[in-house]
Design a protein around this ligand. Structure first.
Ligand code: DX5
Ligand code: ZN
Length: 222
């Protein structure tokens, strides 16, 4: 899922999209060259808000051919992975802080034929996932405390990307999620991010979705 060296894929996070026109929003992002669609699932427990579930993933699956990355910010993620797989997810990412048996959950995601990702909150060190080398396809480095779109980018998490690559050399991708904009994207790419996740910089941009994706792609080295 990564781009060429020094160039990152763009994952459009629908958290900031107009939910009354979700299909059109992702199609606009796709037309502008977004590489992936990112779906932020929140349960009101692991993070305060409640957002969306498998029915939305199923609707997105019909609206776009882009890969769907499901980011589970939920407790007991093992209860939900089958439903998201059935709905059409391409990757499922679970938080290392949320899953007691995270190694088992990642293995179960793979057994469903999907890519398995592990996400780390800003306060979680890279070494917390050191034992997951044989089950993680990717890692999501959170550059905001999860729960809301539109928060300020936390640049101090970026050195974790290099540490993750040392600990988990087989990782196929490392994403940076939160506060990504044309201003912050270059630092994330320089630190080694393969995927940049952006919600407000795409779906709340005054210049419109298509121009916003183009600006972000340019900032991400495309
Ligand atoms: C945060 C979510 C992010 C969020 C990013 O909890 O995981 O994916 O959508 O939003 P922005 O890009 O606005 O920071
Ligand atoms: Zn996310």
């Amino acid at each position: 899922m990564s781009g060429a060296p020094g160039r990152a894929a763009i994952a459009a996070s629908v958290l900031s999209a107009d939910f009354a026109a979700l299909g059109e929003a992702v199609r606009a992002a796709q037309r502008a060259g977004a590489d992936r669609v990112h779906v932020d699932v929140m349960d009101g427990h692991f993070v305060p808000p409640i957002t969306m579930g498998p029915v939305v993933v199923e609707a997105l699956r019909r609206a776009t051919a882009l890969p769907l990355d499901v980011h589970l910010m939920v407790e007991h993620p093992e209860r939900h992975i089958e439903a998201f797989a059935r709905a059409g997810a391409s990757t499922i990412t679970v938080h290392v802080e949320a899953a007691v048996h995270v190694h088992r959950v990642l293995g179960a995601i793979r057994a469903l034929g999907l890519q398995a990702g592990v996400a780390l909150n800003p306060g979680t060190p890279a070494d917390a996932v050191a034992a997951l080398a044989d089950v993680a396809d990717g890692a999501v480095v959170m550059s905001v405390n999860p729960g809301y779109a539109g928060q300020a980018f936390i640049a101090s998490v970026l050195p974790k990307i290099g540490r993750l690559r040392t600990l988990l050399p087989a990782l196929a991708w490392v994403a940076v999620d939160g506060g990504i904009s044309p201003a912050t994207a270059p630092a994330a790419v320089a630190a080694g991010a393969d995927v940049l996740v952006a919600a407000s910089a795409i779906f709340r941009a005054p210049e419109g979705i298509e121009a916003a994706v183009a600006r972000l792609r340019a900032a991400a080295g495309a």
